[in-house]
Design a protein around this ligand. Structure first.
Ligand code: ACO
Length: 431
């Protein structure tokens, strides 16, 4: 079969090269540029890798124009309605929906790993009392590599699997501890009689002096947040995990690098920014002032939680989570609080306003997840931590896939050097 190619001609000298076009199962085709430098002596320039595929992947597919998100081929809408977080994690990791036996084995396996080594707990006392929980996450998740030497051989498939299970299972425990430490609360052991989400809520909010109760609507909303954030193909934090592991680093260190990348306000911080914006607006009467600011070309102000770099028509995750958000506000009877009233009115105005309609600036997943987490009394600085916990399923799946990919090399981008040409050193006395 003849290969599809594109021909690149260097117009300076007429030299040509035929480059193969690689076709995905769905989505845009890609030019394989690996021969470009050998044949023409040229590299490519693509800051932020906006136009560059860094890997082949079977895991997640996004069509931003059509608002499609698939995990292993399954539409996010179906998974959000019918699956749960651990089943979705299994799907991402192993590539298929588990059979009955596989599912219960997996859930049992994850539960076996929910506790952290007692030595890990000492770390929490070492942090400053007002440390950001994401700082604690970066440190403690990286430190796991100092405790679990029995599963650190990345060339051993079984070791890789155990490390992946450990990361998925321990993340809620570490996340909850990072919050409790700052509030002087005792560190509870995980409860394996609860499901994954309930157990996290228990570790976050329980106090030893009272019986723990959690509203099923809260668990449902959290379950959705976890499924919707489980993976999003080659975003900054996932690419960070892949780049860090391309050198052969251990998975705990690599996931810690992913957490660090997610911490940035341009990535994981958007839902926190939504609440800060609503708190700043304070009163629904003030909304028009902020809308005008967002439209003003001379003002940098933007409405947080509106628009998306990839989803240009709508964010499929926002559509799913919007309903859960409304249900939760009704159940918790918090709809009369000014912040939630401001959110509802802001959403309504933005969905009707010409400026937002013309630019497809609809509320994104962060708008609703921010409101949900606030309604659940989740501390603001835990919002990104919850994103990190949910995304762990994606990070470890992408890492496992990468470790089996024979085409992967150590990540080594090129540059366009713009510095000084060769010049001679001048002795200090002559400068
Ligand atoms: N409020 C007001 N105007 C906006 C907003 C907003 N939130 N977002 C975009 N615009 C306007 C821009 O000013 C621009 O207007 P113009 O065409 O008149 O110049 C137009 O819409 C297109 O904006 P771009 O910046 O080109 O869109 P881009 O795709 O680069 O940005 C982004 C997407 C970064 C998400 C942007 O919409 C934004 O800053 N939103 C608010 C922050 C936010 O919610 N981020 C989380 C998104 S989810 C995620 O990425 C994990």
């Amino acid at each position: 079969m003849t290969k599809n190619t594109v021909t690149i001609t260097d117009n300076r000298n007429g030299n040509k090269v035929d480059l193969e076009i690689l076709d995905p199962t769905i989505g845009s085709s890609t030019i394989d540029i690996r021969q470009l430098h050998n044949k023409l002596g040229l590299f490519t320039y693509d800051p932020g890798f906006q136009a560059t595929a860094s890997c082949k992947s079977d895991i997640t597919y996004i069509d931003g124009d059509k608002g499609i998100l698939l995990y292993r081929g399954y539409p996010i809408e179906q998974l959000a309605e019918q699956s749960n977080y651990l089943e979705t994690s299994y799907l991402l990791m192993y590539g298929h929906l588990p059979s009955h036996v596989e599912y219960y084995d997996f859930v049992g396996m994850i539960k076996q790993h929910t506790m952290v080594h007692e030595g890990v707990k000492h770390f929490f006392n070492g942090f400053h009392h007002d440390a950001h929980p994401m700082a604690i996450m970066v440190g403690v998740v990286g430190a796991l590599s100092a405790f679990y030497h029995d599963s650190l051989d990345i060339n051993n498939a079984r070791h890789r699997e155990i490390s992946a299970h450990r990361l998925l299972a321990k993340m809620p425990t570490i996340a909850a501890y990072s919050h409790r430490r700052a509030h002087g609360l005792p560190l509870p052991y995980p409860r394996n009689d609860l499901d994954f989400i309930e157990n996290f809520m228990y570790m976050m909010f329980s106090v030893p002096s009272e019986e723990f109760k959690v509203d099923p609507a809260a668990v449902r909303a959290m379950r959705l947040i976890f499924i919707l954030h489980a993976d999003h193909e080659q975003n900054a934090s996932t690419s960070t995990v892949r780049l860090a592991s391309s050198s052969g680093a251990n998975p705990f260190a690599c996931i810690s690098a992913g957490i660090a990348s997610l911490w940035g306000p341009a990535h994981g911080g958007a839902n926190e920014a939504v609440i800060r914006m609503l708190e700043e607006i304070k009163n629904p009467d003030e909304i028009p002032k902020y809308i005008e600011r967002a439209k003003d070309k001379n003002d940098d102000y933007r409405l947080m939680g509106f628009g998306h770099r990839i989803y240009k028509n709508y964010d499929p995750r926002a559509k799913i989570i919007r309903e859960a958000c409304n249900d939760l506000l009704n159940v918790l009877d918090s709809s009369n609080q000014p912040l939630f009233e401001t959110a509802r009115q802001l959403e309504k105005i933005a969905l009707e306003d010409e400026y937002f309609l013309e630019r497809n600036l609809y509320p994104n997943v962060d708008f609703y997840s921010g409101i949900i987490l606030k309604a659940l009394d989740m501390p603001l600085n835990m919002f990104t931590v919850i994103f990190a916990m949910a995304r762990t399923a994606g990070w470890i799946s992408q890492w496992l896939e990468m470790m089996e990919d024979k085409e992967q090399r150590i990540g080594r981008p090129r540059q366009i050097y713009t510095g000084a040409k060769v010049r001679d050193y001048v002795d200090l006395s002559k400068r």
